[in-house]
Design a protein around this ligand. Structure first.
Ligand SMILES: Nc1ncnc2c1ncn2[C@@H]1O[C@H](COP(=O)(O)OP(=O)(O)O)[C@@H](O)[C@H]1O
Ligand SMILES: [Mg+2]
Length: 261
């Protein structure tokens, strides 16, 4: 059974029409989107900028209110919760954002950044156990434990994304939502982060929703691919089907822009 399911998600935003005095109009960012992720598998989500990928990611995380539809973490319906979801549910799904600079507090040391979710989710953990767990998390993302007392600005972009990944792992989440996690990184570093995500998946049995604009990366990572266009999923299938035998004109159009697949 799926470890994460979104059924017919609708999200409406208000948007001002053309012209300064124009009335606000309702704009449907998600028009009834459904996705399911199996344990240990990766669902790749592709689509042009503005198609609604991040809105879906945020809706799944319950960071974005939905106007219709349901979100299930395993058997548990979490649709009714906003950000105040019970901890026991919240820790099962975590997120890695595109820009680690925006998602890491510059005034906290790495140790403090990684300790925070431990203090919230496992309050019974004592200081020693917490320090050990922080060291373990740093090892998991292949950062030297000796760097725990440093601040985010002392790291490279790729290292900062490793810290963000470690934080997502702190609660022992089984699902990680990765919203363009390598898009802000140098091309040379992107491959290392992708490799890390693959190795973590293998060792921890993680499931990913991997949002990406680089179709070659998504093809490499995903077990299943969904193509989003203007708030709708227009095509799903295996990477081979979607990338070599695209059925929908929008997918063909997306692929035409990428000579290397
Ligand atoms: N908080 C918001 N308020 C109004 N419009 C929004 C908001 N967030 C996203 N949008 C709009 O919804 C659409 C989908 O955005 P997004 O999910 O960020 O797309 P993607 O991640 O695929 O680039 C875009 O047109 C965007 O401008
Ligand atoms: Mg986005």
């Amino acid at each position: 059974m799926a470890i994460l399911t979104a059924n017919n998600i609708v999200v409406n935003f208000e948007r001002r029409g053309n012209g300064f005095f124009a009335k606000k109009e309702k704009f449907q960012a998600l028009k009834g989107v459904s996705v399911a992720i199996e344990p240990g598998q990766t669902l790749g989500l592709v689509g042009e900028s503005g198609s609604g990928k991040s809105t879906l990611a945020r809706a799944i995380m319950r960071l974005q209110a939905i106007d219709a539809g349901t979100v299930f973490y395993g058997n548990d319906d979490v649709s009714a919760y906003s950000a105040r979801m019970p901890l026991a549910l919240r820790r099962r799904v975590q997120m890695v954002f595109q820009n680690p600079d925006a998602s890491l507090n510059p005034r906290q040391t790495v140790a403090a950044i990684l300790s925070e979710p431990l203090e919230i989710h496992f309050p019974q953990m004592d200081k020693t156990a917490r320090r050990e767990r922080v060291a373990e998390l740093l090892e998991m993302v292949e950062l030297p434990v000796s760097m725990a007392q440093r601040f985010p600005h002392e790291f490279s972009g790729g290292q900062r994304q490793r810290i963000a990944i470690a934080r997502a792992l702190a609660t022992q989440a089984q699902v990680v939502i990765c919203d363009e996690p390598v898009s802000a990184l140098d091309v040379s570093v992107q491959a290392q982060i992708i490799k890390l995500l693959q190795s973590l998946q293998k060792h921890l049995g993680l499931a990913y929703l991997f949002v990406g604009h680089d179709l070659a990366v998504v093809k490499e990572l995903a077990d299943c691919v969904a193509v989003m266009c203007r708030g709708e999923i227009v095509e799903t299938g295996t990477p081979d089907d979607v990338f070599y035998r695209p059925q929908h004109p929008y997918t063909q159009h997306l692929l035409a822009a990428v000579p290397r697949i």
